[in-house]
Write a protein that binds this ligand. Sequence first.
Ligand code: MLC
Ligand code: AMP
Length: 518
Amino acid sequence: MPSSLLEAFLDHAHRTPERPLLTFEGEAYTYGSLAGRVAGFARGLRQLGLQRGERVALFLENSPQFAIAYLGVQHAGGVVVLVNTAYRQVELAHILSDAEVRACVTGASGAAELAALREQLPSLQWLVTVEAPAAALPASLTVVPFQTLLGQGAATSEPLELPRPEELAVLGYTSGTTGRSKGAMLLHRNLLANVKAVTEAWRWTDVDRLLLTLPLFHTHGLMVGLHGTLYTGASVDLRRKFVALEALEALRDDASLTMFFGVPTMYGRLLEESRRTGVKPRRLRLWVSGSAPLSPQLFGDIEAEFGARILERYGMTETLMNTTNPYDGERRPGTVGFPYPGQEARVVDVRTRQPLGRGETGEIEVRGPHVFAGYWRRPDATAESFDPEGWFRTGDLGEYDADGYLRITGRARELIISGGFNVYPREVEEVLATHPGVAEVAVLGLPDADFGEQVVAVVVPPAGAPAPEAQALVDWCKDRLASFKKPRRVVLVEALPRNALGKVQKHLLRDRLVGAAR
Ligand code: MLC
Ligand code: AMP
């Protein structure tokens, strides 16, 4: 039995080196050819001087280099820090300094972003670049082209160790209510336990081939899509990004594809594009949706038009996959099914923390070998998130129905999920509050046909000053934060509704705005 996901992948590479693993924009990799590069990358990092346990950020689009760097860092004994490529100055400065990353693997635009932040990132020493940087970088950064690192590593034969189950594999940054994101510490044993559970539950085998258009820098694409592939010895058609028509055409033309995974926005767009163009996908063995609620309406439309009953599952960065609808039994729309084998999920009263019965709504808690080891350098936040018996508080609200299917009914924390990306209102509020045209601001999520939810900012301008232009506020956010966090709507008001303690009553704002839109 392998003791890490990395070892499972290397076993396949050893036993069946010629087995196809990954295709990407005309390139093809077998298990053996990818493993050779992974070893080269790992040795290259060791030669640079990377020590066990040191952090390496991947600030990279989907590509074979992503997979090589991801596995290579782990094989070198390093810890991968995942970074959404949409992140800008505020998010990058925080994540890279909080994780004290020593190296970052990135492209030309990523290198330019990091160069601008040089002063705030004293621990950053090496930039491994997959493209030539467009402009000169600070002399204090050592720039190593990706291919050069591979070549240097391949020229040595330094023995590489396999990671131990208790070692840290990945830091996945995810925000809390504070607006500053925290690094979820995922151990090698967490990755292995969850990929075993997921692949078993979904009958994933080496004959499967996945169309993977999700970004690899988040849990869904990486820890479900890529991990499952590597663990089972299957193969993947990896795309740089999701483009609805391209995905539909692949699903119509490539008979070797057996699975598609997506967020609900992707399913909505596939349907719309199929209606527009008449392109219909073939029957697949498995369609999976997750990361945000899939409406029963969309579930039904996909069944009617593609003949597929989507399997919806529920996960999060800290715990990877928690629950899933059954592979064989009834897939119930509006629910996320049952805990995976070997894992537990329960619903507790938000105040008393006592477990609730079926049909009663409370906070979802999970426990098992998939649950992370805590937040990086945040013992306070870690302690708050676990109860003494090891149950992790997800911050999601839910209930079990009469047949034991878990239904997610809301969120105990302030979180907007837009197209499967998380947006914490506090983070956007903090950025908007620094604009001179903003005296007070509240950010909330409202329903959106494409993204599920959209970011809306309610702004009070300073007394006596001219009201700011909505576009100026949007641009202010876009310059500092990932573009998907920018408000889609800016509403100017004279005052925010507050309760007796001075807390903004967002539910009143929400009711007012939703009511006004009707
Ligand atoms: C892109 N844009 C978004 C957006 N995605 N706006 C709001 N919400 C989103 N999700 C905006 C960009 O900011 C940009 O604005 C414009 O759309 C075009 O950017 P794009 O990159 O070309 O967008 P597009 O390709 O259309 O992206 C849509 C998408 C993408 C659905 C393909 O959002 C996506 O890949 N989502 C998946 C997220 C994901 O993997 N989540 C899993 C998290 S793991 P402008 O103004 O700059 O032009 C997790 C755990 C679990 O949650 O259970 O899985
Ligand atoms: P992240 O922190 O990016 O990993 O996002 C995890 C959050 O996504 C969870 O806490 C849920 O709120 C949400 N989520 C994931 N899957 C589902 C789902 N199937 N239905 C509803 N919400 C989901």
